[in-house]
Design a protein around this ligand. Structure first.
Ligand SMILES: Cc1cc2nc3c(=O)[nH]c(=O)nc-3n(C[C@H](O)[C@H](O)[C@H](O)COP(=O)(O)OP(=O)(O)OC[C@H]3O[C@@H](n4cnc5c(N)ncnc54)[C@H](O)[C@@H]3O)c2cc1C
Length: 410
């Protein structure tokens, strides 16, 4: 079966890949052929194949030097969420331009008073004729400064328990009611934003799933986010044609936002060479900590492989998402610890003569984000305790009361 898929997709790529086409034109063809996401239903642009077919296609594209799917929130979170929850009109309109990269997305979930407790959000949407009118404030919204559309969760009913009054929308970002203000981070990057919504407009039919059922849809997005993992930068042959040049420019723009993410993950890849270069490799304590890091990395990789294998076999994802996310936090923290042991106080320096030109300092101030983004370590532990181990649920006295009656900050 795998060999059949490989030869069929290879033949299709040979017949259709032309590096001088525009990127959008090539990706549209790839999507229309069903090879962009072969595991999707044929009705929505796939081929009804098992998940493993996606790896086969990715390898065939790479072998031919052909461009694959775009990166980011659109293909990673928006498309699978809309595919799962619909409605058909949004699937029809949004899936193709999302998978070709023509439409760029951001995630508008968190608020100043609703992060881990996302269901406490207060951004409100009310129906006015054929439009939803949305007001409130979102925060920590990665890439909102260049997104066309946002995945928005807003409250549409204040008189029911907090999880029942939420609705999931697709918000057009480029409109007067949406103000995006970049935030400067402690590592000097500006990858996320505050987003102020003042009577922003959403077409009535831009609801993902049902009105009032937004919590269930949001959980789908969060499950995909946990699986997001590290993003590999695509590599192409130089000057290989128009589609490749456009893909390179797209990847450069994308990684401008995410360029500190390798540092956020701890740069474990630099540990051994730094230990050798500085002589710290002969220190038994440093050696022991490097071995510990290595063991954590191995275990984390095996968890990710187990999750991939389960998905490829069509099994329902188990606790690997939360375990994997926790493991990445452990790896990042341990890598930062080892870098500090090796560099000592110099790890804090950022000038050109500092360890690796400031990269180690950037690791130290970026690693904390690893255990916050996409759900904190504590929240992953709660999920594992309750869903995987069957421990009693956290007490939640606010679960059943109408949201309007709950005490809130301010
Ligand atoms: C790099 C990065 C990118 C992000 N990108 C986006 C984005 O694109 N879109 C978006 O909407 N958001 C984004 N976020 C926001 C992120 O989802 C939130 O920061 C996260 O959910 C935590 O919420 P919070 O910051 O409000 O912290 P809080 O929820 O206030 O948590 C504060 C502390 O309390 C702990 N805590 C809270 N509740 C519990 C509990 N029940 N049990 C035990 N401990 C608890 C937490 O673990 C944490 O240590 C991003 C964050 C980061 C760091």
């Amino acid at each position: 079966m795998e060999a059949d898929v490989r030869s069929e997709v290879t033949a299709w790529i040979e017949a259709h890949w032309d590096p001088d086409r525009t990127l959008a034109d090539w990706r549209r063809d790839l999507f229309d052929s069903g090879w962009a996401v072969p595991s999707w239903p044929a009705r929505w642009g796939g081929r009804d194949l098992p998940r493993w077919a996606e790896d086969v296609v990715a390898r065939a594209l790479a072998a031919a030097g052909a461009v694959g799917l775009p990166l980011g929130v659109g293909p990673g979170l928006a498309a699978p969420t809309i595919l799962e929850h619909g409605p058909d009109a949004l699937r029809e309109r949004l899936l193709a331009p999302t998978m070709t990269g023509e439409l760029t997305w951001c995630q508008l979930f968190s608020e100043p008073d609703a992060g881990s407790d996302l269901a406490a959000l207060t951004t409100t949407a009310r129906l006015d004729g054929d439009e939803w009118v949305v007001s409130g404030q979102k925060v920590w919204n990665t890439s909102a400064h260049h997104a066309d559309v946002g995945l928005l969760v807003a409250r549409t009913d204040w008189d029911v328990p907090k999880h029942n009054g939420l609705t999931y929308f697709v918000l057009p970002m480029r409109q007067p009611g949406v103000e995006v203000r970049p935030l400067r981070q402690m590592n000097e990057h500006r990858s996320f934003n505050e987003v102020f919504l003042s009577d922003a407009r959403v077409p009535r039919d831009h609801v993902v799933g049902e009105v009032g059922a937004g919590w269930r849809v949001a959980l789908t997005t969060l499950a995909f986010e946990r699986r997001f993992g590290a993003m590999a930068r695509p590599s192409f042959a130089p000057s290989a044609g128009r589609a490749v040049e456009e893909a390179q420019a797209e990847a450069a723009g994308y990684f401008e936002t995410y360029k500190w993410y390798p540092q956020r993950a701890g740069r474990a890849d630099l540990v051994v060479s730094q230990a050798q270069a500085t002589g710290a490799a002969s220190d038994p304590v440093v050696r022991q900590e490097i071995a510990r890091l290595h063991a954590l990395q191995r275990a984390s990789r095996w968890t990710a492989e187990r999750a991939r294998a389960n998905l490829a076999l069509g099994r329902t994802p188990g606790p690997e998402g939360s375990i994997g996310k926790l493991a990445l936090s452990h790896v990042a923290r341990q890598a930062a610890r080892v870098h500090s042991l090796i560099a000592g106080a110099d790890a804090l320096l950022t000038g050109p003569d500092s360890p690796l030109g400031g990269v180690i300092a950037e690791v130290l101030v970026s690693v904390p984000a690893q255990s916050i983004a996409g759900g904190t370590d504590e929240i992953q532990r709660n999920i594992l305790g309750e869903k995987a181990l069957g421990l009693p649920r956290e007490p939640a006295p606010d679960r059943d009361a109408p949201f309007r009656d709950l005490p809130r900050n301010g």
